[in-house]
Design a protein around this ligand. Structure first.
Ligand SMILES: [Fe+2]
Length: 555
């Protein structure tokens, strides 16, 4: 089998192994070392042999350094001697554009014949005076063409002579940078923008907060952080938080940056589709994880436009783009690597040993559904782990969406902030009875927070966000049979075809990858049950001192 390997050695470190028929494996370093967004995928390297006997091509993604040192990886690959053409190890390809790779990854997954691709993130590859943060591409007849590239710089105007493909010359900051900057001011890690998004729904218009993101020409140029350099700008926001009601101001700050980002996103995408004949719009880059803004964009689009939001839009996706590109820039764009599901990480083993007081039971889906319907938190672990940042039923924590204070219960158990909402997974055939999907038929990868229909809101309080939305995953039996069967049984019991779904981890940790991670997590938490559907087992963990939830149902 012909296989290409591409390594992303920066944050969200990843290794993609891609064959002629699609992704063989996509491995994320953070899942093995349990440090979010962890860089060079050293541990992933040692997993390559689990998936392929030999490989034919090797490449690396380029980010900050033109001539970055990748010898750590080359030395290991040389050592295991699995490459069919040893010369390839001596001269691996270095893919030169971070945004190009985001775009190729997303287009390859979309199944469109042509598209306009909008890439927005914090910072991508380094160009003459700064880093790209927003790019717009058009893809026609297998050719990818850059239409616009926006650069985050130090405020120095970019000489267009040096950068002939730049439309924007005066920008000094980008939307992703602004969002990350405000996220830091709110007290979160700059890469945890999802927390700011969750908090934003609690805020409101506040005249004491300066303009965060202004733009002219419909988002075409002149991004500013309130017209100030980054540090000065962040300083002014900290001053806002020091006012008498700092906490309220934090919520209002989150509200403001979310709203400004939504306005910017919609203006940018509308400008992009106006300038292209294509009716297919693709959104990717880290900002495409903003599922609240994605839904507002969807609702704003003309009826004849089809939107695809890339699920692996975090930086781990660039190694997928690199592996696809390695087939040849023109050839690859004729190929479709459409993703039917995202279960492309490591396989769960069922090799485990119970500790004193732990039990296991033989179960069918109806037993587990009953357990959940009686108020128990049940973790599920099966098959290959999800790639991208969302748990989609293979490494998830499940709960009853009907429980009124369910969000507080699970946030306490996961040790998360109170304001963070939870997602729901619904049987696809029922999705339109519960949610306003606009023009979507499905939402298999949780890329949208959609409106809950008004007559259904009081039925699923645990997953209803304060703004009336819910981030949803639709599921079919083909996509995930065990998960689908479990939700079907829950539906029979409750008339609700939905389960509360959150990632299987505690706050600060990464999603569990292995069976050992799974046991460690439930042993250190108030989660008392774990369902292993492939072997039809339910693990019960005893109630330790300090655990807050009580069993509601005995098998
Ligand atoms: Fe990126």
């Amino acid at each position: 089998m012909v296989a290409n390997i591409c390594i992303n050695g920066y944050h969200d470190g990843s290794i993609s192994i891609v064959g002629e028929n699609g992704v063989i494996a996509h491995l994320l370093e953070e899942r093995y070392v349990h440090v979010k967004h962890q860089g060079p995928p050293m541990v992933c390297l040692s997993k390559i042999e689990d998936y392929i006997d030999t490989f034919d091509d090797l490449s690396f993604t380029h980010l900050f350094h033109q001539f970055a040192d990748f010898n750590w990886a080359i030395a290991y690959l040389h050592y295991i001697s699995k490459v069919t053409t040893p010369d390839k190890l001596m001269t691996p390809m270095i893919h030169s554009g971070h945004h190009d790779l985001h775009a190729i990854c997303a287009f390859s997954h979309s199944e469109f014949d042509d598209a306009i691709v909008v890439v927005i993130d914090g910072a991508g590859s380094t160009y003459h005076y700064g880093k790209e943060n927003q790019s717009i591409y058009e893809i026609y007849d297998s050719r990818i063409q850059i239409l616009e590239r926006n650069i985050v710089g130090d405020g120095t105007p970019i000489d267009v002579q040096d950068c002939p493909d730049y439309v924007n010359k005066k920008t000094n900051i980008g939307a992703g940078y602004v969002y990350a900057g405000v996220t830091e001011v709110c007290g979160f890690n700059a890469l945890d923008c999802g927390k700011t998004m969750g908090l934003s729904a609690y805020g409101e218009e506040d005249s004491s907060i300066p303009e965060l993101l202004s733009f002219s020409d419909g988002g075409n140029k002149n991004f500013v952080l309130g017209g100030k350099p980054k540090l000065e700008f962040q300083g002014s926001l900290f001053a806002v938080l020091k006012n008498e009601d700092g906490y309220k101001n934090k919520k209002n700050l989150a509200y403001r940056v979310q709203k400004d980002y939504e306005d910017y996103l919609i203006a940018t995408c509308h400008r992009a589709i106006k300038n292209s004949k294509s009716k297919n719009l693709i959104l990717t880059g880290g900002c495409a994880l903003n599922c609240v803004a994605n839904y507002k964009l969807l609702k704003s689009l003309p009826e004849d436009i089809t939107l695809y939001v890339e699920p692996v839009s975090d930086d781990s996706g660039v190694s997928l783009g690199g592996a696809y590109q390695s087939y040849g820039p023109n050839k690859i764009l004729n190929k479709s690597f459409k993703l039917d599901n995202l279960y492309l990480g490591g396989q769960l083993s069922h090799s485990y040993k119970l500790e004193d007081g732990e039990s296991e039971y033989d179960v069918e889906p109806e037993h587990v559904a009953k357990l959940i319907s009686l108020g128990n938190i049940v973790a599920i672990a099966q098959g290959r782990s999800e790639i991208g940042p969302r748990a989609l039923g293979n490494r998830s924590i499940l709960f009853d969406p009907r429980v009124k204070d369910g969000r507080d219960i699970v946030n306490t158990v996961k040790k998360r902030e109170y304001f963070r909402p939870f997602a729901g997974t619904i049987l696809k055939e029922h999705a339109k009875e519960w949610f306003d999907l606009n023009r979507l038929d499905e939402s298999p990868f949780m890329m949208y927070a959609v409106d809950v229909l008004s007559d259904k809101k009081d039925k699923i309080p645990a997953i209803l966000h304060i703004d009336g939305t819910c981030r949803i995953q639709t599921v079919t039996s083909k996509q995930n049979k065990n998960y689908y069967d479990l939700i079907s049984e829950f539906y029979k019991l409750t008339d609700v075809p939905i389960l509360f779904n959150t990632s299987f981890n505690l706050a600060g940790d990464t999603m569990v990858e292995t069976i050992d991670d799974a046991f460690r997590t439930i042993r250190n938490s108030d989660i008392n049950y774990m369902y292993l559907p492939e072997i039809k087992k339910l693990i019960s963990v005893p109630y330790n001192l300090g655990k807050s939830t009580k069993p509601c149902y005995n098998l």
